[in-house]
Design a protein around this ligand. Structure first.
Ligand code: M6P
Ligand code: ZN
Length: 186
């Protein structure tokens, strides 16, 4: 039997602790093309962190049978009137689902089906979100503090960023008169 190195989830922060934890950082530079207001994005310091992902991948990525687990930390911030958010993706294997669970902060899980119909679910500490297969998913931080989201997904789900990076979602979560609103269109 394979012995896995110990991993801990710090309940106060959502941080995963352990030598096998991998971390990805997405900065304003990395988010080129994802926000509506590209001029506003260019005005920000490109090194500004938009979000970080910690993940444990105790299985061959792309192969069937394993589960991955991660924490996403989305910073509070705006690009124009759009909230800091994750890139968002479909699964390469379209019939793979996922769980997102909110640990801290205020946010919105944006879901889009293959027909580009887009909806969102409010996120607050304790909300459990089942992402059905065939849905692109993205998280926006609509609060003033870090939005911390736990995730669990199959090892053979994969990430397909193509449609999202070229066409985006069917709607954008924008701050309008101080409130988050899903505005249809690009
Ligand atoms: C969650 C999971 C990861 C994903 C991450 C960031 O932790 O869904 O698979 O990579 O969020 O989302 P994205 O890949 O869309 O930037
Ligand atoms: Zn996913």
């Amino acid at each position: 039997m394979k012995i896995h190195r110990p991993i801990r989830l710090d309940f106060s922060t959502g941080t995963l602790l352990g030598t096998s934890v991998q971390e990805t950082v997405r900065t304003v530079r990395d988010m080129k093309g994802y926000f509506r207001d590209e001029a506003a994005r260019k005005n920000l310091d490109p090194e500004t962190v938009v979000y970080r992902v910690q993940a444990i991948l105790p299985f061959q990525e792309g192969e069937e049978g394993g589960l991955f687990f991660g924490t996403t930390f989305i910073q509070p911030g705006m690009v124009g009137d759009e909230y800091f958010m994750t890139k968002g993706h479909f699964h390469l294997n379209r019939n793979r689902s996922e769980y997102y669970i909110t640990m801290a902060g205020a946010g919105a899980l944006i879901l889009m089906d293959e027909d580009r119909r887009t909806v969102f679910e409010p996120m607050s500490p304790g909300t459990v979100h089942y992402i059905p297969f065939n849905r692109a998913h993205r998280v926006s931080n609509i609060g003033d503090t870090v939005l911390t989201v736990l995730a669990c997904w199959p090892s053979d789900a994969g990430h397909d960023y193509n449609e999202i990076s070229s066409k985006g979602f069917g709607g954008r979560l924008r701050k309008i008169n101080g409130l988050a609103a899903l505005v249809e269109g690009l």
